[in-house]
Design a protein around this ligand. Structure first.
Ligand code: XUL
Length: 509
């Protein structure tokens, strides 16, 4: 039997799972929590403490120690490591790792008697890796915007974004020119760990590469002009960018110590969002994933590059082919909970009140806290109805519908999805499930997203190293018991509601 290994290098932990596609078997996830399991790095939440809340960096050697510990734990758990036929992974997006000229030789000569972190200690030109939570590059974003204007969004799929790798590299090259000169290679978290496993520098994939403000999505090559403006000599420090389905590496002999077979193929790793798209079963053409959590997130598949990328979102590569959008809405479950508590409703009372209210009649701008999409810096709740005299049900229905309408409005895809995979805590609410189905007029499949990035990575390994198609992998690993069908009678109602919502949005511009 052939098993495939998926590793998820997240913000707070490293997780691994094995899958066996012939039977659909999935192992229990094994994990290493950076804060609890590697306290020597002083990174309780996965990053180094810093008084400046804009600065968020991690020690990349912590990720190496975590990789050793994870594979040791997987072996100790009795997982069939010797039968693993391919490896892939997922990395928190945008984080950058800076390596010097010693890295390739250090990788090639890894000895089983010592840890990865010990053997690679001299290979870093920068000891810390800025991660996606770092927001300290507003100046650099401004410079990129004034130099390239709209072209940045049109060609790289995103406006200049603080956490993105390009602005992060720009800041480092400018503030630390000597260390920049010493830098031979800039990796993403994903391509760094993939390279370690392969014992040689591996490429970046289109999924994660698109989160850098450096990849030209029209040519699928690094944009030389943007790269040179970002940092002198950056182009020659970037690994090549390749399709997510390539498996250019072979597992390094070092990993035999965990029972793995040296020489098995290593698929290029990708970002956590592209991997989650695969792992939630949302990567097939026409599908979208809506995750209803603290914030709400919309991932939509795109077969072609949109003429205009979403104004406030991002376009990344879809590892299954084509592209994906990612749009994040800050006012998610906390806002829903706030208003439920405001009316003193239990969850059941909340459901009943919303079901009883009339659909599509009332809209509001649901921004209790500053919102990312569209960017609104302060609280703003604006209604197109008389909120004082509305019943609690009318108000709460307007809130839920508007939260879904804003997703449809900002999704960046004119075509409605043919199926939505719904995940996250609030996907447990029957009334919210139905509203998502009705507003999008698409069937909603309730999924499980707990290990979506690790599962997506394992599915990508099975695709790239085992020849399994994403259709069959999705069918086997992303099953669901529950589907909610849209009510076609409400199609026109919600088209009108969308127009009314758009009018309300315009009224604040
Ligand atoms: C997406 C983003 C986060 C990170 C970490 O743009 O910054 O989702 O990928 O999860």
């Amino acid at each position: 039997m052939a098993y495939f290994l998926g590793i998820d290098a997240g913000t707070q932990s490293l997780k691994g799972i094995l899958i066996e596609p012939a039977t659909g078997w999935t192992s229990k996830p094994v994990s290493v929590h950076f804060g609890r399991d590697l306290p020597q790095y002083g990174s309780t939440d996965g990053f180094l403490p810093c008084l400046d809340p804009q600065i968020r960096r991690a020690n990349p050697r912590m990720w190496l120690d975590a990789l050793d510990l994870l594979l040791e734990r997987m072996q100790q758990a009795g997982l069939p490591m010797a039968q693993v036929a391919g490896v892939s992974g997922s990395g928190q997006q945008h984080g950058t790792v800076y390596l010097n000229h010693l890295f390739p030789l250090a990788l090639k000569t890894l000895q089983q008697g010592q840890s990865l972190a010990t053997q690679l200690v001299h290979a870093f030109s920068r000891q810390e890796a800025p991660i996606w939570m770092d927001a300290s590059t507003t100046t650099q974003c401004g410079q990129l915007r004034s130099r390239f204007g709209e072209r940045l969004r049109q060609d790289t799929g995103s406006d200049a974004t603080e956490r993105f790798s390009g602005p992060q590299i720009m800041k480092f090259a400018c503030e630390c020119p000597a260390q920049w000169t010493e830098t031979a290679t800039v990796h993403l978290v994903s391509s760094f760990l993939a390279s370690v496993m392969a014992g040689e520098n591996l490429p970046i994939d289109y999924g994660d590469g698109a989160g850098m403000n450096l990849l030209n999505l029209h040519t699928l090559a690094w944009d030389a002009e943007i790269a040179e403006f970002t940092a002198p000599g950056l182009l020659k420090r970037l690994p090549p960018c390749v399709p997510s389905t390539q498996a250019p590496g072979r597992l390094a002999p070092y990993f035999a110590k965990y029972g793995l077979t040296p020489g098995i193929p290593v698929n290029v790793w990708s970002g956590d969002n592209p991997n989650s798209l695969i792992g939630t079963g949302g990567s097939l053409a026409g599908r979208a994933v809506v995750s209803l959590g603290t914030s709400d997130t919309y991932f939509g598949t795109l077969t072609e590059l949109p003429a205009t990328p979403p104004r406030f979102g991002h376009v990344f590569g879809n590892p299954a082919g084509g592209f994906m959008t990612l749009v994040c809405f800050t006012n998610g479950s906390l806002t829903r909970e706030h208003f439920r508590n405001h009316y003193g409703f239990s969850r059941e009372e909340f459901e009943i009140a919303v079901v009883q209210a009339e659909p599509g009649r009332r809209q509001l701008l649901p921004w209790l806290v500053p919102e990312a999409t569209p960017p609104v810096p302060t609280q703003k709740i604006l209604c197109n109805f008389d909120a004082k005299n509305a019943t609690p049900g009318d108000f709460l229905r307007a809130l839920l519908e508007s939260q879904v309408l804003t997703m449809r409005y900002h999704a960046g895809n004119r075509q409605r999805p043919t199926q939505i995979r719904l995940t996250g805590g609030a996907s447990a609410s029957p009334v919210l499930r139905q509203i998502v189905a009705d507003v999008f007029q698409a069937p909603v499949v309730i999924g499980d997203s707990t290990e979506a990035a690790a599962l997506g990575a394992a599915m990508r390994a099975a695709n790239a190293c085992g020849g399994y198609g994403f259709d069959e992998l999705t069918e086997r690993f992303c099953t669901s018991q529950t589907t909610v069908t849209p009510n076609p009678a409400l199609g026109t109602t919600y088209e009108q509601a969308l127009e009314q919502f758009a009018a309300l949005l315009k009224s604040i511009k």
